[in-house]
Design a protein around this ligand. Structure first.
Ligand code: NAD
Ligand SMILES: O=C(O)C(=O)C[C@@H](O)[C@H](O)[C@H](O)COP(=O)(O)O
Ligand code: ZN
Length: 362
């Protein structure tokens, strides 16, 4: 495969996304970053550490002056300022300076939190993303959106801070649970819906191979999703315009995620939000009604939930007021113009959102 996707900003090279089947290639990539005189702190969680920390820290040690690691309890519940504070304490204790590096080894929680610490420690140090979940390999490791949750607000505190490298070992997905794999498919389906109808069709056709985690299918899927995300973030790195399209399914999805106390996974909530966004788009006559059962069928093939229990439309809609896509009191909602093309709509009403939620509420 073409295993290297360069990301640019204003035409200048920024960093590579490298896709491999082992961690070994990370050695060469870190060497290229010239870290012989630098320290590297590997940030990871309690599930990933026993699986991959030893190998990755060994590689990092061979390319740097010194390594350290910071392990926090796995899960969205840790994505907060308390964990960031503990990480700052570790970095201060180990005397990390402005030239040293952080390395995020794990899923989107690790990447978002580590990236935010890198953006803010000493007013910003460098970091590398080594994503190990499907969701982080296809979406969260790319584009430099970093941050943590704050009280009732998802991703409320954050910064744009670009990594120096994204190194993806696709074979690390073999240890991922079925549930987490299925969650990652929420962002994958989103990529097809917003940007690439042919990719959406390809996902339907290759669902059995993807579900069996056949490496060739996974390689192709990670590559295409990475290209879609790269193209969007290159054009609009700080979400002044089209980057907001990556939020398809997120306005309602984030509200559902929070109301479930993070028991429902991010990608699953995005999938539910995509069903609602599609229902609104159909109601407005933008796309054909048969697309909704078709989307549900795709999601079913990837073992994604199609409904949610115990939540009301009113409480979900009320929580969308916390969304960062609010613009002077108006929500910037992402709708579908057709499969493969999304747009930002500022006219979606609370009544439309409530109606759009009907297909997913039990
Ligand atoms: N910054 C962005 O652009 C962006 C994009 C999408 C999502 N996100 C954020 O990403 C987070 C979700 O990320 P996630 O789904 O990766 O969750 P996660 O980081 O919590 O990882 C999911 C679980 O899988 C475990 N795990 C990770 N890699 C593993 C492996 N290879 N084998 C076995 N277990 C493994 C983790 O320990 C965790 O328990 C959310 O907080 C979401 O808001 C950010
Ligand atoms: O990269 C982006 O831009 C995204 O919006 C990707 C989303 O999948 C992701 O969940 C992101 O963290 C959402 O960010 P938010 O700032 O809208 O909460
Ligand atoms: Zn997301």
């Amino acid at each position: 495969m073409g295993n290297r996707i360069p990301v640019h900003l204003d035409g200048a090279f920024l960093y590579d996304i490298v896709m491999e089947m082992t961690f070994e290639g990370l050695r060469q990539e870190l060497k290229q970053l010239n870290l012989k005189e630098r320290r590297i702190c590997i940030v990871t969680d309690s599930n990933v550490a026993p699986l991959y920390l030893e190998e990755v820290e060994g590689i990092a040690a061979s390319c740097s002056r010194e390594t350290a690691h910071f392990i926090f309890p796995a899960g969205e519940e840790s994505k907060n300022l308390d964990t960031v504070r503990s990480l700052y304490e570790t970095l201060i204790l180990k005397k990390f300076d402005r030239h040293d590096y952080l390395l995020a080894l794990g899923g989107g929680v690790v990447g978002d939190l580590c990236g935010f610490a890198a953006a803010t420690y000493l007013r910003g140090i460098s970091f590398v993303q080594v994503p190990t979940t499907l969701l982080s390999q296809v979406d969260s490791s790319i584009g430099g959106k970093t941050g943590v949750d704050f009280d009732a607000y998802k991703n409320m505190v954050g910064a744009f801070h670009m990594p120096k490298l994204v190194y993806t070992n696709i074979s690390a997905l073999k240890t991922l649970s079925d549930e987490q794999f299925s969650s990652g498919m929420g962002e994958v389906i989103k990529h097809g819906l917003i940007r690439d109808a042919a990719y959406y069709k390809w996902l339907m056709k290759h669902a059995p191979a993807i579900q069996k985690r056949e490496l060739a299918a996974l390689e192709e899927m990670v590559r295409v999703s990475n290209q879609i995300k790269r193209e969007i973030v290159e054009k609009d790195p700080t979400e002044q315009g089209d980057r907001a399209l990556l939020n398809l399914g997120h306005t309602l999805g984030h509200a559902i995620e929070k109301l479930s106390d993070f028991k429902l996974l991010h990608g699953h909530c995005v999938g539910l939000g995509c069903i609602s966004a599609m229902a609104i788009s159909i109601k407005r006559g933008l796309i054909e009604a048969y697309e909704l059962p078709r989307l549900c069928e795709v999601m079913k093939q990837f073992s994604m939930p199609l409904t949610v229990t115990g939540l009301s439309a009113d409480e979900i809609v009320a929580l969308t007021k916390n969304d960062k896509k609010m613009d002077s009191g108006t929500i910037r909602f992402i709708l579908l113009e057709k499969i493969g093309k999304a747009y930002v709509d500022k006219t979606v009403t609370e009544a439309e959102m409530s109606q759009g939620l009907l297909p997913i509420l039990e």
